[in-house]
Design a protein around this ligand. Structure first.
Ligand code: AMP
Length: 220
């Protein structure tokens, strides 16, 4: 059984929804660098101050910031049985940094313990998805006003909190994020394929179907 689950795919491809489900099913942490960075911004930390300008422009936050945040997180006790990485690594240099972090922790390694799951989907569909994405600031549930709307418009089905739109989910920043994705993140497809740990999933399907396919490819 694999222990490190790396989710790859363009912004808005549905990784967040599936990774949350997988984390519940396997009882392992879901580590999402975008959320960790936004928390640092909210808390006005040194890392948050650096990260903000990059996130607002749809660019990758510098390696040093992201790898320190990830290293801190992966050394916590709840990571001892494995974890799900959502949004990290996002470039070849981050994948190399992950390799070094895993070596320094000495518990898991990419080749034997990790699987990379690539969400395959046309990016034009995704720009529309991102613009229509809403999330609950309290419990983190993600909605889409078109494909997965809340029962009461703008309020979370689970905790009744008013939903929010992420600041970087506007069209201009969304398009910049796709450019960054194509340039920096897409090359990881070949990188993990060559390592022999890549699995692919069709992400332009209903959430429940993607979930069934995900369980099948992971033999769960
Ligand atoms: P996400 O929530 O995954 O869509 O990430 C939102 C933004 O956070 C991205 O557009 C980047 O600016 C930043 N970010 C998230 N993860 C990373 C990462 N692994 N490396 C650099 N920047 C990141």
């Amino acid at each position: 059984m694999k222990k490190v689950f790396i989710f790859l795919g363009p912004p808005g491809s549905g990784k967040g929804t599936q990774t949350s489900r997988l984390a519940d099913k396997l009882s392992i942490p879901h580590i999402d660098t975008g959320s960790l960075l936004r928390k640092n911004i909210q808390d006005n930390t040194e890392y948050g101050i650096i990260a903000k300008s990059y996130i607002d422009k749809g660019q990758l936050v510098p390696l040093e910031v992201v790898s320190n945040i990830i290293k801190d997180r992966l050394t916590k006790d709840d990571c001892s049985q494995g974890y799900i990485l959502d949004g990290f690594p996002r470039s070849i240099e981050q994948a190399e940094a992950l390799k070094d972090i895993l070596d320094s922790i000495g518990k898991f390694n990419l080749k034997d313990d990790a699987v990379a799951i690539y969400f395959n989907i046309d990016t034009e569909i995704l720009v529309q998805r991102l613009i229509n994405r809403r999330s609950c600031p309290k419990c983190g549930t993600i909605y889409n006003l078109i494909s997965n709307p809340p029962k009461i418009m703008d309020y979370c089905d689970i905790c009744d909190t008013k939903l929010v739109t992420r600041k970087d989910d506007n069209e201009k920043t969304a398009r910049a994020r796709f450019e960054t994705y194509e340039k920096e993140t897409a090359p990881l497809y070949e990188y993990f394929k060559q390592m022999g740990i890549l699995k692919e999933i069709e992400a332009d399907n209903p959430i429940s179907e993607i979930w069934e396919n995900l369980k099948a490819i992971l033999s769960l």
